[in-house]
Ligand binder design. Structure first.
Ligand code: NAD
Length: 313
């Protein structure tokens, strides 16, 4: 099973994430209906998709005719009833349980009973969303990362009642559209990515707070040591490389000293109190002056990096 079983898909929510998910499916031959209750959001999504496909052509990732065909495969609609007849739906609406439950209850009415309904939720328990439908075995999380048209990893989080068939259908489908699915067998807060990310961040902030290291040195370690190394192998394979006698010895002396705070770092609390929220306000740990975050150039650099690594199709 996989993309061959799919002729038409729906994506609900045309904000930050939905259009890029729709484009990824459409670039692999799937007809997509992108639904949003807001006509203005759909208008912005169409502009964004033009912009992204221009970039893909500019970066030689795709030809103009291929991206033109992909755009032609995406139609937009304001009503969920337009998803009648699709084979698969990804929901990417506002992160609010009531909103998502309403969307899933409506999708349950509109879509055939065997259609898999995936949610892009970052934090809501999928079982609470699935309970709004009559098909919890066909509901799961596909957590795409931003920007979804660049980053290939998608976390697949199974609910209590997600069936094996649903899991394999979605994993195969994601692989068919060039993604690298990462499966979590149960819901855990933060999924894998934020658990890893914040475990590292907690330790880094703890050492900064103790005055052991400066922020620049932490960042250098990541860009110049971890970054390149992690494109070759992940931390578990790296443990095999170090040798487990060594790992055990390090764990025994190091674990007792690692940060286990269950409160946010006071460094972050102080920044929030001062209104220094990061690039979006011009100052966070670093001072950005007038150089506001240029999301577009970061996305472009990220695309180039994945291409250099041969991990973008
Ligand atoms: P967003 O706020 O940018 O867009 C949400 C869209 O949903 C809006 O256009 C809104 O009009 C639409 N919407 C709301 N209720 C609707 C309804 N009942 N029917 C149809 N459309 C409706 O949100 P986003 O940042 O794209 O996030 C979408 C989902 O993806 C959330 O669950 C979020 O947690 C998750 N997510 C976001 C990111 C990110 O970086 N933004 C990353 C990973 C996952």
């Amino acid at each position: 099973m996989g993309i061959d079983d799919l002729s038409a898909a729906g994506v609900v929510g045309a904000g930050e994430m939905g259009p890029g998910i729709a484009l990824t499916l459409a670039r692999h031959g799937v007809d997509v209906t992108l639904v949003d209750q807001s006509e203005a959001a759909l208008e912005d999504a169409r502009d964004e998709l033009e912009h992204v496909t221009d970039l893909l052509v500019d970066r030689d990732v795709a030809t103009e005719s291929a991206t033109g065909e992909a755009l032609d495969r995406i139609r937009t609609a304001t009503e969920l009833s337009d998803l009648a007849g699709v084979d698969y739906v990804t929901e990417a609406v506002t992160e609010d349980l009531d909103v998502k439950r309403e969307v899933f209850a409506d999708l349950d009415e509109v879509c055939d009973e065997d259609v898999v309904l995936a949610s892009n939720t970052s934090s809501i328990d999928i079982d609470d969303i699935a309970a709004a439908t009559s098909r919890p075995e066909r509901v799961l999380v596909t957590h795409w990362m931003n920007p979804p048209w660049v980053v290939p990893v998608v976390e697949v989080v199974l609910g209590d009642r997600t069936s094996d068939d649903t899991e394999s259908f979605v994993v195969d489908l994601l692989e068919d559209v060039g993604r690298s699915p990462v499966v979590l067998n149960e819901v855990v807060p933060g999924y894998l990515i934020n658990r890893m990310n914040f475990a590292l961040a907690r330790e880094a902030l703890h050492l900064m707070e103790r005055g052991v290291v400066e922020k620049e040195d932490v960042d250098t370690l990541f860009t110049d040591a971890f970054g390149p190394r992690y494109t070759l192998m992940g931390p578990i394979e790296m443990l095999d490389l170090f040798g487990h006698d060594t790992n055990l010895a390090i764990s025994e002396y190091l674990f007792p000293d690692l940060c286990d705070d269950d409160e946010p770092s006071s460094l972050v609390e102080d920044l929030v109190e001062r209104g220094d929220l990061g690039m979006k306000t011009g100052r966070g740990f670093y001072d950005y002056g007038d150089e506001r975050q240029d999301v577009e150039s970061i996305d472009r650099a990220l695309l180039d990096r994945y291409r250099e690594l041969g991990r973008y199709e």
